[in-house]
Design a protein around this ligand. Structure first.
Ligand code: SF4
Length: 252
């Protein structure tokens, strides 16, 4: 019979830790391996379909939150919204768009008066300069109309890929995907379209979002990021795609 060690550091009387049964250890290892595989392999087409099916069921016609009255004012509102909130932009543009809802009226208003309307918005001086310059360019090169063309839009002062995508989608019904900070976060956390840059995420989403959901995809994802999948503390318990999402630090 084996002798008990007399050099045990275990104080007498304390319970000895129980060994996990081998089967439980094997199950845990299998679950871990499956989770790793799920993360590595990304979302399946059926899971992606399920995400958008659920978003559609909750909100069939999602809308952007920036206010506008036509394609031109939408373009201006989006250009003004860089590093500003939609609520802040709407407050400033409500009165502005009543008097300047076309490029010609904006140019007639002039930079100084435009500044007086938008000075509550960050970077307002630079934005005012761009709005006047883009309005002049629309008049000179596009007959005062907003072109439904990405390349043409991106040549306008202060207009980048994201702004062009929003305008193409909302004003012209082209199923583009505008990647803002909220959408970028959601696409990466969920595993829907992981990418290091907004362009990588946009191109990734274009590959995986089912055609039927493409037009509204960016609104669903932006709103989901803004109100549920928040940057600091996502509201995972309230999330309708929690069972599909691959984010490892889900909140309880
Ligand atoms: S489960 Fe959490 S992390 Fe994943 S999408 Fe929902 S809110 Fe975001």
């Amino acid at each position: 019979m084996a002798k008990r060690s007399t050099h045990s550091s275990e104080p007498a009387g304390l319970p000895v830790a129980r060994k996990r049964p081998a089967k439980a250890i094997a199950n845990m290892a299998a679950a871990k391996a499956a989770a790793k595989r799920r993360k590595r392999d990304g979302l399946t087409p059926a899971e992606i379909q399920a995400i958008f099916f659920r978003f559609h069921a909750i909100d069939p016609e999602p809308k952007g939150e920036l206010e506008s009255v036509n394609a031109y004012t939408l373009l201006v509102a989006v250009a003004l919204s860089a590093q500003a909130t939609d609520v802040g932009v709407n407050k400033a543009t409500r009165a502005l768009f009543q008097i300047a809802d076309t490029p010609a009226k904006m140019v007639a208003l002039g930079e100084e008066k435009l500044i007086s309307h938008i000075k509550t918005i960050g970077l307002y001086r630079n934005k005012a300069k761009n709005v006047i310059a883009l309005s002049e360019k629309l008049i000179a090169e596009h007959g005062g109309e907003v072109p439904a063309d990405r390349d043409a839009l991106e040549t306008l002062p202060g207009v980048g890929r994201k702004t062009a995508n929003v305008v193409l989608n909302m004003a012209f019904g082209i199923p583009t995907i505008a990647v803002d900070t909220h959408l970028f976060r959601v696409a990466n956390r969920t595993g829907l379209a992981p990418g290091k840059t907004p362009l990588a995420v946009e191109l990734g989403l274009e590959k995986v979002v089912p055609d039927a959901y493409r037009l509204h995809a960016h609104h669903w994802l932006i709103l989901h990021g803004r109100y549920i999948c928040k940057a600091a503390k996502p509201l995972c318990p309230k999330c309708v795609i929690k069972d599909i999402c691959r984010f490892e630090q889900k909140t309880a």
